[in-house]
Design a protein around this ligand. Sequence first.
Ligand SMILES: [Zn+2]
Ligand SMILES: [Zn+2]
Length: 369
Amino acid sequence: MKAAVVYEFGTPIQVVDATPGAVGPHDVRVQVRASGLCHSDVAVQTGELPFPLPMVLGHEGAGVVVEAGDAVTTCAVGDHVVLSALIHCGQCTNCLKGRPNLCMWGLETIFSGTNANDRALRATDPEGNGLYQFASIGTLAEELICSEKHAVPIPDDVPFEAAALTGCGVLTGVSAVFNRAGVQPGSSVVVIGCGGVGLNVVQATAMANAATIIAVDLHDAKLAMAREFGATHTIRNDDAEATVAQVFDLTGGEGANYAFEVVGVPPLVRLAWDCLRVDGTLVAIGVHPAGSTVALPAEQFATTEKTLMSCLYGTSRPTKDIPMLVDMFRQDRIRLNELVTHHFALEDINDAVAKMENGRDARGVVLFD
Ligand SMILES: [Zn+2]
Ligand SMILES: [Zn+2]
């Protein structure tokens, strides 16, 4: 099976002919049918996310279960599934209070890139090297073996491409609006960064009936997409001070109720903070480089009561929220197909990375036959 692998930080991704291992009792083998490419994949390649190598990239995908271990109970051979990067134990205090995204067992597992059931590896490259899998799944491969905990069954009539997107970008963006921020009808919102996640923040704030939805990006093409996804206003962020001034103009001189930072660039967190009104809420969704820090004007803490909410994977609950998103898609109430700006063959993944990093691409997707 072909798989996209990072061997060394800062070097091109290699597409190798990998061999899957044996399916454990609680594992499933999934034939991947569609996989998105996300900024976090590139962060592994650059080393900003210092994951163990060599690693198969990809953490938003959908496919068909082709083999299931003897003890698997949550899905069966032939089931169509979305592959969730997040998994949870269901027993720890964070799981029990309804915050499965903070399950420390789940996070440790997916950061290890090893199988959730026994922390071993499930694939090898042609030289016999064991391959780690991004988020313990590694969807940028024709096939993968993972714990059944990652496989969320979906109806057979949902196209794989749309389904795949619900595994990361859509899940993160929509959940951040509903589960984390709790955006109120009539409110004003600024969304900084309109890629695969940010566009979903925009469309979810529109679903929440926010009155003013201001999309901010460096690229006109993404701002045009943001309008289609529900933005009422757009600002090309050529200059932070001018952007803040425009946000205040558009919000009656008060600033926004909510500002979402979706890029993972520290100065943009400061920009989001500055766009807020008194009592406003900043939701920091972007994945920032390891070791980076954010500077905020501390004198405002005692004068503005602004809130900074960090946000892990949208504060999502994948086993609940992925089926909800799929259901909304089947009812034509959420845009998924429109997120895809580019299809590419796995062999062309380095070109697809370049396109995304140039800001030309909201979501590139690989379709496997
Ligand atoms: Zn992602
Ligand atoms: Zn847990």
